[in-house]
Design a protein around this ligand. Structure first.
Ligand code: UDX
Length: 436
């Protein structure tokens, strides 16, 4: 099938390349000429496992191209909208200007029978509003939320847990759902659940999923706060409750909490939308989820201060990690980088390292010192803080090695990803999050 993807950021670039990799003819559109240039040369504009490979294969096959010219969407049967919906400046609601802009620029090129498939995360009610613009062209609007995780984006796009499509009532909705089944043919063929529903449900599925995940993380971080007060170990608690299949162990990793381009802004946008709908009380708990999450960053800073005897001023602190999670170079709302910035603000000499995210981190916080080489970052440090659980720190870093490089013997494990006994027996003061 011929497809277009409007917006070539994280979501759109991956979607375009992944759709080409399953056999479609795809054109990706973006207003950013630099991004279109690098994608057209086969260079992924961000770090994402497998993306580079499928991007190059798509370009070589002749089935994948990128353009800044909206008229290149002509002839596509399905037009995916994958532009960003960031948090509004000065508010919690989502900024819909890119979604609205993409749809209005697309309108002149739509043909009767075309499908416009929104993938961006939007406040409930957006699809119904956009359908009023799309329907008069004879095209059909569907909402087809994306659940990809950074670091697993290619796999999640080609082989998702589930596919959700919100369609209008009437025969055109059923026809559109069938077209989307054809688009996602490999996943559909292997029996991936394909849920056809209305617009509002489809929009809500996405925000509800992210709200649930954020709540799960903040729940365990709240248990970490209690554990700290009573001397319990939150990691054992998570293991124990996680054995209950109704609860499950995944997303019960206590630490410095969630960040990134989705969870924080999505729960805020959800709360803002609920308030507009007069249902503030229904999601009031999300404000608490957000507050717990932000407190854990401060707690990590407090542990470093305590570990260093009450002050970090003038101390050299090696911060291992800048990305909001491993396998990503994304530093948007990164708790890791936030901890580094807070320590710097307290007068510490902060040295940050990360296998992938330094370029982005430096652009955002040029005041910090950055080292590509982990060992250079560790050399001469008074304290070590692990804030992103990359394998390089979690698995491939022994207390003996670090002892040879660091001056001090304090390690703060912001992700509860290290073995406390290994560090303690090597003479280190180990401080975890919600662990005695
Ligand atoms: C998330 C959703 O998982 C995905 O379905 C949606 O499409 C986009 O938002 P992503 O932002 O890539 O994906 O990150 P995710 O893997 O969900 O992690 C979010 C944050 O939570 C990270 O900062 C991570 O470190 C943190 N986290 C995750 C924890 O603190 N503890 C955990 O147990 C799990």
């Amino acid at each position: 099938m011929r497809l277009s993807v409007i917006g070539c950021g994280y979501l759109g670039a991956v979607h375009a390349a992944a759709m080409a990799s399953i056999g479609h003819d795809v054109v990706g559109i973006d207003v950013d000429a630099e991004k279109v240039g690098s994608l057209s040369r086969g260079e992924a504009p961000f770090f994402e496992p497998q993306l580079q490979e499928i991007l190059q294969a798509g370009l070589e096959s002749g089935r994948l191209s990128f353009s800044t010219d909206m008229s290149s969407v002509r002839g596509a049967a399905v037009h995916f909208i994958g532009v960003g919906t960031p948090q509004q400046a000065g508010g919690y609601a989502a900024d819909l200007r890119y979604v609205d802009g993409a749809v209005s620029e697309l309108l002149p090129y739509l043909q009767p029978g075309d499908i416009v498939a929104g993938k961006s995360t939007v406040p409930v009610g957006t699809a119904a509003r956009l359908a009023e613009l799309v329907t008069p062209t004879g095209a059909t609007l569907v909402w087809n939320p994306e659940f990809l995780r950074e670091g697993w984006a290619v796999q999640d796009t080609i082989d998702p847990d589930r596919l959700v499509t919100g369609v209008p009532s009437g025969p055109e909705g059923a026809v559109a759902a069938d077209v989307l089944r054809k688009v996602y043919h490999p996943a559909v063929a292997k029996g991936t659940p394909f849920i056809v529903t209305d617009y509002a449900t489809a929009e809500l599925v996405k925000v509800a999923a992210n709200a649930f995940l954020a709540t799960k993380i903040s729940f365990i971080n709240a248990m970490a706060e209690i554990s700290e007060t009573v001397g319990a170990d939150v990691t054992q608690l998570a293991d124990a409750i996680g054995h209950d299949p109704r609860i499950g162990r995944r997303f019960l990793g206590a630490g410095i909490g969630f960040g990134g381009g989705c969870l924080p802004k999505d729960i805020r946008a959800f709360a803002a939308r609920a308030e507009e709908l007069g249902r503030r009380e229904s999601v009031n708990f999300l404000r608490e989820v957000d507050a717990i999450n932000l407190r854990r960053r401060e707690r990590a800073v407090q542990l470093v201060v305590e570990g260093l005897g009450g002050a970090v001023y003038g101390k050299r602190i090696a911060v291992l990690g800048a990305a909001f999670k491993p396998h990503s170079d994304d530093v948007r709302d990164s708790p890791a980088l936030d901890v580094a910035v807070r320590l710097h603000g307290l007068g510490a000499e902060v040295v940050v390292t990360d296998p992938e995210a330094l370029h982005n981190a430096r652009a955002l916080h040029p005041q910090l010192t950055y080292f590509e080489d982990r060992d250079e970052a560790l050399r001469g440090s008074d304290a070590v803080v692990v804030v992103t659980e990359w394998d390089q720190y979690r698995r491939e870093m022994s207390p003996a090695e670090v002892s040879d490089l660091a001056s001090g013997r304090v390690i703060v494990d912001g992700r509860n990803c290290l073995d406390p006994s290994a560090w303690r027996s090597a003479g280190w003061t180990y401080l975890g999050m919600g662990r005695p």
